[in-house]
Structure formats: structure tokens, C-alpha cells
Design a binder for this molecule. Structure first.
Ligand SMILES: Nc1ncnc2c1ncn2[C@@H]1O[C@H](COP(=O)(O)OP(=O)(O)OP(=O)(O)O)[C@@H](O)[C@H]1O
Length: 200
């Protein structure tokens, strides 16, 4: 499986953010997208996820499931946690599993893995910032998709959380998944660097 972008141009608000970007990631590989603020790291993840349309170029996943689109094979975790505060932890996970579709793995097991088993009936609005991030990570485990697109994924995670997340990323890569992460901080796993927008 290979994710490749060829000659990709991103325009936002009528302004070119980046032009002619080439990139690739293969099964088992993590790519860290780095660059200064505003260089287009989040925009690149959103282009891959199908949430933005490239102004030029192509992004394809070779060797994936031929019956699914690229966005259907991606998990996109934005830097906001995309949770409904009035719904419980379990209800939020259920919402995401319904929205994403496909086979779903056991909620309780996913929540235990990210250390949230004691919060299952709590409204998500009561969670701390790090707990909200952990709940977002539980999505990655509840519905399995090969391409993880992660925007500043370690934000708000404590040291134990970062270790736990490092383990999850390593397992995902060992299963043949791939990761493209926009980050200003080391991810704690081996990555290949993709720098956009010059030196940051
Ligand atoms: N909805 C929008 N409309 C117009 N311009 C936008 C929009 N969203 C982002 N931009 C612009 O696109 C550029 C790239 O933004 P993006 O969020 O992709 O950068 P980034 O590299 O992720 O930044 P950071 O390191 O600060 O998170 C910025 O100049 C930003 O102002």
C-alpha cells in the first residue's frame, strides 16, 4: 500500500499555501509533516482526508481497498477533538463508529486501552483536555482504517499518555498501517520528515 501525492497545490482564501508538493508514504511508515506556522501542514492532512480539494495535482492510495475511496480509508484527527460535550464518552464513541461505518471493535476495550474506562458514562464536556484527546484516540481503535492523519496528536497528553500513544502508533504501523502527522514536537516513534514551506 502506498499513499502518494504528485504536484499537489493548495490554495486557501485565494492565496497559494504550497505549490507542486510531492510526497509518499508506504505501509508501515510514519511521515512527520513539519514547517512553520501557516505553512500548510493542517491543510495537507485535510487534502488527503478529502476535506479540501487540491487546486492542482493528485493524491492516491495504491494497493488499498479498491471499493473504498481514499477518505474512507483514512482517520482524520484534527487538533480540535470533535466531541459532543452533552453526550457521554460511550455515546461519543458510538456516534463516531456510526459515522465512520464498517466493522467496530469493542468500545470498552478501546476506552480501557486509552485509560478512560472509568469515564464511560461521563459527559464528554466534563473531560480534561488530555482525556478529550485520549477519547479521540479511542476512535482509531474502535474503527480500523489503514491511514491515520493526525494533527498535533500529542497535544495535551501527559508522559504516560504519550507512551501509550507511541505504543498504539507502533502497533498500527506493524499491522501495515501508515501515519501522516502534522507536528511541532517529536512523536516518539521513528518518522520520515516531510518539510513544507521552507525552514520553520
Ligand atoms: N478557511 C480558511 N480560509 C482561508 N485561509 C485559510 C483557511 N484555513 C487556513 N487558511 C490559511 O492557510 C494557511 C495554512 O494554514 P494551516 O492551518 O494549514 O497551517 P499549519 O502549517 O497547519 O499551521 P500551524 O503550524 O500554525 O498549525 C494559513 O495561512 C492560514 O491562514
Amino acid at each position: 500500500m502506498q499513499l502518494s501525492g504528485r504536484d499537489v497545490t493548495c490554495v486557501r482564501g485565494g492565496r497559494e499555501v504550497f505549490v507542486g508538493l510531492d510526497f509518499a508514504a508506504v505501509a508501515g511508515e510514519a511521515v512527520a509533516v513539519v514547517g512553520r506556522n501557516g505553512s500548510g501542514k493542517t491543510s495537507l492532512l485535510r487534502l488527503i482526508a478529502g476535506l479540501l480539494v487540491p487546486a492542482g495535482g493528485t493524491i492516491v492510495l495504491g494497493g488499498g481497498d479498491a471499493e473504498l475511496t481514499l477518505p474512507e480509508q483514512c482517520h482524520y484527527l484534527g487538533h480540535r477533538d470533535a466531541l459532543k460535550p452533552a453526550l457521554s464518552v460511550a455515546e461519543n464513541l458510538s456516534f463516531w463508529a456510526d459515522f465512520l461505518g464498517g466493522e467496530r471493535f469493542d468500545f470498552a476495550e478501546s476506552l480501557a486501552t486509552v485509560g478512560l474506562e472509568h469515564t464511560i458514562h461521563l459527559p464528554a464536556g466534563f473531560l480534561s483536555a488530555g482525556q478529550r484527546r485520549r477519547l479521540s484516540l479511542a476512535r482509531l481503535l474502535t474503527v480500523r482504517r489503514p491511514v491515520w492523519l493526525l494533527d498535533e496528536p500529542t497535544n495535551a497528553l501527559d508522559v504516560t499518555g504519550q507512551d501509550m500513544f507511541g505504543g498504539l502508533m507502533r502497533e498500527h504501523l506493524a499491522r501495515g498501517g501508515m501515519i501522516v502527522a502534522a507536528t511541532h514536537a517529536p512523536l516518539g516513534i521513528e518518522t520520515r520528515e516531510l518539510r513544507i514551506g521552507g525552514l520553520g
